[in-house]
Write a protein that binds this ligand. Structure first.
Ligand code: FAD
Ligand code: SIN
Length: 536
């Protein structure tokens, strides 16, 4: 079997992984950086980002304190204030850097100032965007910049399976073992189906979120929470997993679509209004900020209205907006609506909430270090404390930029002290054969999504959570049996990882005996005074 050595191993080629790789390649030109990505380099949650990056830009109107206050307000008491300050204050500098690397953001007509958009929960216009495909513009920029460095090697179609720790040297590792160390990972080379041992001085986990745990999600199919599940299996600490964010406005498609197409919150920032099927606005009953209240509030309001009125969706009314202006800002959304037979200038757009963002993840400190030594995490797979119980719109790309930078600086300081552990055994595939019935895996994924969508969705209860845990346990046992006897495949690993993510969400939700941010339970509708992070 193949053993590969590299100084620095990065898992994931979205905004967090590539930004870290570029910064580190500049700081450490003599160190080799290997980026693994499970499909092609450009496929990530990052590339689908629509709204943009939040940053204090127009200092005549906006300031850090306002952005901090908005982030804390959305986070509903669970943000770590020092982290919020770091991200908000360092953010503009990080955005300036990607502009220097070639990222374009829209400017106001005939003016040399950025056209700053507004999204839910923001008290000022502060979202830098490139039409409604900001994510693709950032992904393109980062891929082009990364190509300039000889010491960055991107391995496409490499699926990371497990982090390597002392456990693989035959030592007992449990969650409270002090000084767990990461020596790299095992990865499936999908091109020749071999499992390779990749050893490194340090590993950075940037594998993104896990929205695919729900039936309806805006996340692409790669978003299966792999890094978080791997860190949890390696006995790392994970926190705040009950806070899965549902975006209020995914395009309603009666035929079903995976992923669901997002109708950016920036459309509401542009003046669109949420209405019911007979054209009545309803947000005044839920929040004085109306259609631009934070996401948890708007998603719950839509869910409640749909249940009250017995309808499959609510609507976004854009008919009063200027046609050319709408088209200039939202060309992708406009085209997609037309493709679905809805002209946004003539009919209301049907929308439903869909799972969108994982606020929790691998617990990290202010420089991105996880509880496992030599394992860092950034981006959606990490939990830095920025988002608390609910992420403020467009703070995710910003967080990834800031933490990629901070991790790069910390790795620069410490890499000299880290060596490569080369006594690691090859992956043990003894006793496994090709699975005879792929249907066991595909059906397992379907069942998992049903369980999570019905019992651990926007509104929860003790009974629903208990039922979910019981069902998940059965699925877990069946899948582990399949894992012990089957040749490894990405599908099987994704099912295992999704079960772990589902378990982490449901267990954290069970522990939280209150309703806060994105976690709402009918058994405890109020909030406790004592504010607790749910660390597993
Ligand atoms: P990703 O960009 O998801 O990258 C993950 C990478 O890890 C991928 O390359 C993937 O292939 C790789 N990977 C995963 N598992 C493995 C494995 N086992 N082995 C090897 N590689 C693996 N946020 C904002 O701030 N503003 C927005 O406007 C915005 N709009 C959004 C719109 C949509 C439709 C979606 C889905 C999200 C949006 N978000 C937005 C959220 C934001 O895009 C993501 O949180 C962010 O891009 C995550 O970046 P990341 O680098 O952490 O992960
Ligand atoms: C959107 O454009 O509505 C998504 C923004 C985000 O998730 O931050």
């Amino acid at each position: 079997m193949t053993q590969i050595k590299t100084d620095i191993l990065v898992l994931g080629s979205g905004i967090a992984g590539l930004t870290f790789a570029i910064k580190t390649a500049k700081q450490l030109p003599d160190r080799q950086i290997m980026v693994l990505t499970k499909t092609n380099e450009g496929e990530s949650n990052t590339r689908y980002a629509q709204g943009g990056v939040a940053a204090v830009w127009n200092v005549e109107k906006d300031n850090f304190d306002k952005h901090i206050a908005d982030t804390l307000d959305a986070g509903d008491g669970l943000c770590k204030e020092d982290i919020v300050r770091i991200v908000v204050e360092e953010g503009p500098e990080r955005v300036r850097e990607i502009i220097e690397w070639g990222a374009r953001f829209d400017k106001e007509k005939e003016l040399d100032v950025y056209d700053l958009a507004r999204e839910g929960g923001h008290s000022e216009n502060r979202i830098l965007h490139f039409k409604d495909f900001t994510g693709w513009e950032i992904q393109r920029t980062l891929m082009e910049e990364a190509m300039k460095f000889d010491n960055i090697k991107v391995l496409e179609h490499y699926f990371a399976l497990d982090f390597i720790t002392q456990h693989h040297l035959g030592r007992m590792v449990i969650r409270v073992t002090p000084n767990i160390e990461c020596y790299g990972c095992y990865a499936l080379n999908k091109q020749n189906n071999s499992i390779e041992t990749i050893l490194s001085r340090v590993t950075i986990c940037c594998t993104g979120g896990g929205g695919q745990v729900y039936k309806s999600t805006t996340n692409p199919i790669i978003a299966t929470g792999d890094g978080v599940a791997m860190a949890y299996r390696a006995k790392g600490r994970v926190e705040n997993m009950e806070f899965m964010q549902f975006h209020p406005t995914a395009l309603y498609n009666p035929a079903g679509e995976n992923p669901s197409f997002l109708v950016s919150e920036a459309v509401r920032g542009h003046g669109a209004i949420l209405k019911n099927e007979v054209g009545e606005a309803f947000m005044q009953e839920y929040d004085p900020r109306l259609s631009l209240a934070p996401r948890d509030i708007v998603a719950r309001a839509i869910d409640a209205e749909m249940k009250k009125r017995g309808t499959d969706c609510m609507y976004l009314d854009c008919r009063h907006l200027d046609h050319d202006d709408f088209l200039a800002h939202f060309p992708t959304i406009y085209d997609k609506c037309l493709e679905m037979g809805v002209n946004p200038m003539k009919s209301m757009i049907p929308v439903v909430p869909a799972c969108h963002y994982m606020c929790g993840g691998i617990l990290v400190d202010a420089v991105g270090r996880s509880s496992i030594h030599r394992l860092y995490a950034a981006g959606e797979s990490s939990s830095t404390g920025l988002h608390g119980a609910n992420r403020l719109a467009s703070n995710s790309l910003l967080e990834a930029l800031v933490f990629a930078h901070r991790i790069s600086d910390d790795v620069f300081k410490h890499i000299g002290a880290w060596t490569i552990e080369d006594r690691i055994p090859d992956w043990n595939a003894e006793g496994t054969t090709d699975p005879q019935e792929m249907v066991l895996i595909t059906q397992g994924i379907k069942e998992l999504k049903e369980i999570m969508s019905y019992y651990v969705g926007i509104v929860r209860s003790n009974l629903r959570l208990k039922r979910a845990l019981d069902r998940l346990y059965l699925l877990y046992q069946e899948t582990e049996e399949l894992y012990r006897t089957s040749t490894i495949s990405p599908q099987l690993m994704e099912l295992r990882n999704l079960i772990t993510i589902a378990y982490l969400i449901t267990r954290s939700a069970t522990h939280r005996r209150e309703s806060r941010g994105l976690h709402f339970t009918t058994d405890y509708p109020g909030q406790l005074e004592f504010k607790e992070f749910s660390i597993l």
